[in-house]
Write a protein that binds this ligand. Sequence first.
Ligand code: HEM
Length: 485
Amino acid sequence: MSKRVLTTESGAPVADNQNSATAGVGGPILLQDQHLLEKLARFNRERIPERVVHARGSGAYGYFEVTDDVTGFTKADFLSQVGKRTETFIRFSTVADSLGGADAVRDPRGFALKFYTEEGNYDLVGNNTPVFFIKDPIKFPDFIHSQKRDPFTGRQEPDNVWDFWAHAPEATHQITWLMGDRGIPASYRHMNGYGSHTYQWTNAAGEAFFVKYHFKTNQGVRSLSSEQAAELVGKDANSHQTDLLQAIERGVNPSWTLYVQVMPASEAADYRFNPFDLTKVWPHADYPLQRVGRLVLDRNPDNVFAEVEQAAFSPNNFVPGIGPSPDKMLQGRLFAYADAHRYRLGVNHTQLPVNAPKATTADNYGRDGLMATRYGSRHDKNYEPNSYAGPSQTDAALSAPLAIAGWTGTHAAPTHVKDDDFFQAGELYRLMSDDEKSRLIANIAGGLSQVTRDDVIEKNLAHFHAADPEYGKRVEEAVRALRED
Ligand code: HEM
């Protein structure tokens, strides 16, 4: 094999990569040392802005294989045949901490999946939790500010975390979930993934359905107690990354089975819960799980920066047969992600290999911008319509239209008969075993007891009382005991 020659960025051979050029032996460095200048300048630019949330994560390639016929519900081509396989890329993440944060912490986990379909990339940007803390995107920046580091102390502050929750009774369900056993997954392989939002599927006949996605881990759900997690963080802050990387390198390919809950669109208006409220689940007794296929991860990225840090997922990357629901949170996210990518990665982030379509090609009149690498031939026009056989629209809507009624205004999401902020939180509490309830109470009390203001504690206690009187009483007693310590 011929010896590889070290070169500058412009391809010229480098004579010395150990000693910079100086004016005489022991003299100052020369501006003409192009290799040194380039090396230092490039190094200064290695970092890009980290994701404003979900900064810390791990990624892997794999495939999705259809196991069951869902063509009655969606015309999506990648779901059109049993046995059909589609290449995928997934990025798992924690939410609140920065890029250097630890993996084994109590926090939701991101479950962002890109399907490289023949009809374009479909991004399903979910979490390992079926619900979320809030139900209106206008609250998202405030919520995240309260959970990330305080601008003065530079630490996550229990005062901020719980003060926000004191003012967000709708978060009680997700708090109960997060403080319970599943709040710290043992690894990314041992947790479920959820689309969380309600999405819309449309079949070939134009009929609309509302769906919720559930990816059930085939490795089994495994979690860590707060104590186990604290110990693990001390030993390996990158424990989830280590686990995923090593499992796939060993050929132990993790997999998930995808199920959907399907609601005919006509049932949405009268369902007992608002089906577009992200703080609520649809009990399986109402809408049972129907199997769709399996997701298998079988390849680690070769380069974490290029493929994981530069990965860009956007909930508005839909394909024919799949579309948004009126969930206000989802609607807010349809804007937020591509906007974040334009800031973090630039307008041409869609041309990066991990983000570009793989089973088809993007063909449109978007041009230029920083770092453009995609352009047509010299004969391609950059405007439309044109007389030169350029790409043109299909006139076929991707998904069915959503019905709307009423007046514009800053409306709260409508409530259905069983909707309140606490019923489903209480149901989740009552489902837990005695041991699990005890750990839940201890986890909540551990955080809430650190809050300095009594009124903030009282407001939070009222939420747990409203969810279930026993739940509230036990949290109250545990908080009091810790504060008297
Ligand atoms: C209105 C509410 C929300 C807003 C405005 C929002 C906004 C954002 C933004 C700006 C990012 C960083 C994107 C990037 O720089 O690449 C992000 C990442 C992420 N968000 Fe959200 N988010 C919201 C709610 C949610 C919900 C409800 C879920 C899950 C159901 C979720 C899951 C994720 C995931 C998994 C990532 C990381 C994606 C990746 O791995 O690159 N977010 N979010």
